[in-house]
Unconditional design. Structure first.
Length: 176
């Protein structure tokens, strides 16, 4: 089985959640700061659009007893970028790409436990046409000031206007 990887995804071993997270799965699920959780019963995935939000969530998981890195290698948690793959070496998970419904234009990044199947699990309400996989763009940190104007904040969403195109661009933020 496999879970979607979009934006910056925090991938967590479900077995580690059951073994180490105080309150188990229910408490873990309640700790997720956004609506991007998906799980295949082997791995859980939570997606972020901003590195600071990703870092804060990983640190909260570490504070709850999960281990991110030992000697630079992923343990209970690995971070995956939808374009570049894992941020650290990981011997228990595999990163790759899957064509949804057998269609090449619907190609998404995914992660699975080593040796598992490729049945893909997605967050509730996720659709390819409205996804980062379909409409990906990347703005390096610090460059947004060059061509993006902040417009407003809507709940956990920062809205910018791209001065080059005149179109609104959205940045999902955890707990913003």
């Amino acid at each position: 089985m496999a879970v979607l990887v979009e934006g910056i995804s925090v991938i967590v071993k479900v077995s580690a959640v059951h073994e180490h997270f105080p309150g188990g799965w229910a408490a873990f699920r309640d700790s997720v700061p956004n609506a991007t959780l998906c799980c295949d019963n082997e791995l859980a995935r939570i997606g972020f659009m901003a590195p600071d939000d990703t870092k804060a969530f990983v640190e909260s998981l570490e504070g709850a007893g999960l281990v991110y890195l030992v000697d630079g290698n992923a343990q209970d948690i690995v971070v995956a970028d939808q374009q570049r793959g894992f941020a650290a070496p990981c011997d228990w998970a595999e990163f790759g790409r899957i064509n949804l419904d057998g269609e090449e234009r619907k190609r998404v990044a995914a992660c699975r436990l080593v040796g598992s199947t490729q049945q893909l699990f997605l967050p509730d309400g996720w659709s390819f046409d409205q996804s980062l996989s379909s409409q990906f763009s990347f703005v390096p940190e610090g460059f947004e000031a060059e061509f993006m104007d902040f417009v407003r904040r809507e709940n956990n969403l920062e809205v910018y206007v791209d001065r080059r195109t005149g179109k609104e661009v959205y940045l999902g933020r955890a707990g913003a």
